[in-house]
Design a protein. Sequence first.
Length: 118
Amino acid sequence: QVQLVESGGGLVQAGGSLRLSCVISGRTFSRYGWFRQAPGKEREFVAAISWSGGNTYYAVSVKGRFTISRDNAKNTVYLQMNSLKPEDTAVYYCKAGPRNDPGPMDYWGKGTLVTVSS
């Protein structure tokens, strides 16, 4: 049974940092990613990483501020978020699947809320 469990969300002031974690159990996948959904908006891509090669991908809005990484031994994917802005406020979801883009073969966590105050 595949499970993805996120943690690390919370309330932080603008300019601050948070690190999200996603523990994946059950099997391995080609791509692991983070998506977010702000109130009243659609879910959007944030970052992704390949499990084998460590290739990383970022949305333009977070490039240079966020860093995705993975620890294969711990089956965990991280999202280090620095220089946070109020517009980063959202529920952040971890995704595992064959590609960066969402698809029918994906597994999702339940999300963790990040709130950035101005």
